[in-house]
Design a protein around this ligand. Sequence first.
Ligand SMILES: Nc1ncnc2c1ncn2[C@@H]1O[C@H](COP(=O)(O)OP(=O)(O)OP(=O)(O)O)[C@@H](O)[C@H]1O
Length: 956
Amino acid sequence: MTDFIPGQRWLSESETELGLGIIKELDYRLVTVEYPAAEEERTYAKGNAPLSRVTFDAGDTIRTANDLELVVAEVNELNGLKVYMAHPVDDPEDIQPVPEINLGHTLKLNAALDRLLSNQLSSNRWFELRMAALEAHSQQQQSPIQGLRGPRIDLIGHQLYIADQVANRFAPRVLLADEVGLGKTIEAGLILHQQLLTGRASRVLVVVPSPLVHQWFVEMVRRFNLHFSIFDRERLNALQPEDNIKDMLADIIAEEKGEAPAQKDNPFLSEQLVLCSTDFLSECDIDQLAAADWDLMVVDEAHHLEWAPDAPSGDYQRVEAIARQARGLLLLTATPEQLGLESHYARLRLLDPDRYPSLAAFREEQAQYQHIATLAGQLHDQPNWDDALKAETAALLPEMTIEESQREAILKELLDRSGPGRVMFRNSRHNIAGFPARHVHGVPLALPADYDYGDDEGLDSHLHPETLYHDDRWCSLDPRVSWLEQFFKQHRHEKVLVICASRHTATDLHAHCNYKLGMNVAMFHEDMDLIERDRAAAFFADEVDGAQALICSEIGSEGRNFQFAHHLVLLDLPLNPDLLEQRIGRLDRIGQTEDIQIHVPHFQQHAQGVLFAWYHQGMNAFEHTNPAGHDIYLRTREALEDALAHPQDADKLATLVEQTRAITGELHTLLETGRDRLLELSSFNAARAEQLREQLDDADWHSPLPFMQRLFDRYGVDQEEHSDTAVIPKPGPHMRDAFPGLPEEGITMTDDRVTALARDDMQFLTWEHPMVTGGLEMVLGENRGKAAVSLLKNPKIKAGTLLIEAIYTIEAVAPKHLQVDRFLPTTVIRHLLDANGKDISRAISHDGLCQQCHKMDKALSRKIVASQKPLLETLLKNDEAQASQAAEAVIDDARQAMRAEQDHELARLKALQAKNPAVRDEEIAALQAQTDALEKVLAEARCQLNAVRVIVAGGE
Ligand SMILES: Nc1ncnc2c1ncn2[C@@H]1O[C@H](COP(=O)(O)OP(=O)(O)OP(=O)(O)O)[C@@H](O)[C@H]1O
């Protein structure tokens, strides 16, 4: 077993990007290594730690931790630790001791050159595979559509646009507020996928209402290949067994000594991707959950987070506790104002406390939306801006140069600072074509005598008269039920979703339809456990043997996907227009193929009839989406309550309808010219969306399959043809190690998006599929392919001609949280040298060369390297200097891009601080510190020889 000594410097063979490690701790079995450059730590089994000892010899150049470059004159050793006696290049007399612990933490490796010169050669095929992997990796990292290619989704413009806008942000904090059913889950999934794939996030917490847990879980796996772990009470208990007696005693002793109890493991750190229900938040230790170092938190159906200045709800406070510590935050809701403007404001404040310092300021800002929308519209539409427009804009953005060439940046800033731009995205059906129409069918019925409660009962009992019964007898006397029975019979072969407010109504109705009428009907309500609910939803969805109808309580009105049905029956109506919108949204969503028929049985001259008229005649809320629902409710509440209390008074009803119509018109116009116009400007850009769609369409043509087939071949994976568009890789008899993501029984994969969308049983093979990214990582982590010798067969080239193909990569070693890849992705530089060291790579491409390069006999390869060693060493060392120069330009560009972005962010914070003292100086200082750290990391970025191939011409 290797002898490790604390303080020694070692390198991880599989993760060279961590930089130079220091042996930190040892026990009889394990060794822990600290990697200061990447701020990471790894623990390995001593017996097979993938570590190489790093030492230097006299004549080598070393870099110290304080960035001095010195030449080693002599090497001493003390208790197993090296001490280098070294001097500056230009002052050999100035010898100074450098203990190895004082070496710099980044390391310039010459693994490829060392392997070549020490004759550790791989075959030509491995070299070519390595090069293909490097190019693919670099292209992925530099692709402007990175993260958007892999998901199994239809390419829908407004979703791609939002994902593109948000996903590239560092720790994004946004509200995704598209209208119901336009794909917020998909947008969130795209953002998560992109953030995880690029390493911008690695720990994600998703919180959703309990009825949606399973749907989210499935959607994340099926569409995004993201495997979340569902956390509930049981799982938490399993992870946190009762304190054992030893721990309890230790805690008691610590308490007696006045010491803090020992830190227990945080169970939420056991998984990277965690999905849980909102209810679970109230059952777990919220501080522990919040402390679990989340990069991103997602909250679905966020309108439930109710807030008032002195009375934030429990749900809001729990989410707030986590959101404060999580770096990124995505809130999803189709009806952001469902619980009023105050709650909406509070959620925006969760996202960006600096931007939304007070409710009063937010109200004031909202009042300005009309004005800002007009201004933004002019800036957007007018090709040339006149002086007045420029002056008005300059007053709002004093530090910007206001000219047409900066149109996009100016609009973005204006929407960010004075509109809802940066934090909130909302697309509406208004600007997305192709949605089917909605038709409402009111079914007026006579009130049965048994329901004639008079003034003895409150409004709720009139709206839901059946709830006063303790059993299902009401089903036999309620004309809505007999109507429903007829309706089911008339539409025997069609799916029908029935929604009612209460669980009791749903269960009684279900029992009545199933057992008394013998109908095939499923049920969905809050008292069923998650598995029962999902089973019911699946039974309803089953086209062949499934239920004709699903009867839901209100929980069925949120988030679920029932667009395969075209008939919706609303057995009662909610008082909240946003809730109505949510109910209709179960069918009116992406994927709906037919017009939607909404049936509303209700009692005439009764509170139910009033509510129907209010919605239908007053605000046309059944047939069109209603973005102003909550405000309309607030402004018509008095008239509504009056009419509900006197349902037979035709005048009151007429007044209500008239008033509602006027207010709806007024509010819709205000929205269209104010907030929604601003949101439209910031949430969608048709040209950019089309460009993204085209880029993705194009990317679909560049399948990873040919590359994967080479990889399968090298690693012993067998492949079976499945069909024209699919293959089945399977572990072959000669496969040496496990192949990432390949199950024992094989897996069916297609690289065709249309097939993948139609066939859930197949994996969608893209460059972002985990099997491909895992495969790339595996090849690049190998030593194989770093150095090779090959035979060139080309009659035009004289036998014996020597060429060297040198592949360099530019990389920066940095702690993950800095996300330096944003500015400096892995970049490949290829040189092709002749025997005089001249680079002829422009004349001969890598692919062209590969067609003529063949396997060289091993013994002969070794002989060639041995005989040409001094020449190879000299040529490659000189060439490295050239490559490093070329790399400087790339690193410089990265530095400039970094400064531009950081400066912009700094300017934004300072501008916000001028308006709002809540922006703290420390935040500005933290941003500055981040810029400094990035400067340092980029200054240390290095170009290094990643792979080298010696090519010797051998005639034909
Ligand atoms: N790009 C897409 N490709 C394929 N299916 C999609 C796409 N976008 C959305 N869908 C489907 O459309 C339905 C609605 O999408 P999603 O659930 O994301 O909408 P939502 O806005 O979150 O809905 P809600 O407002 O009800 O919460 C889902 O069945 C989803 O799978």
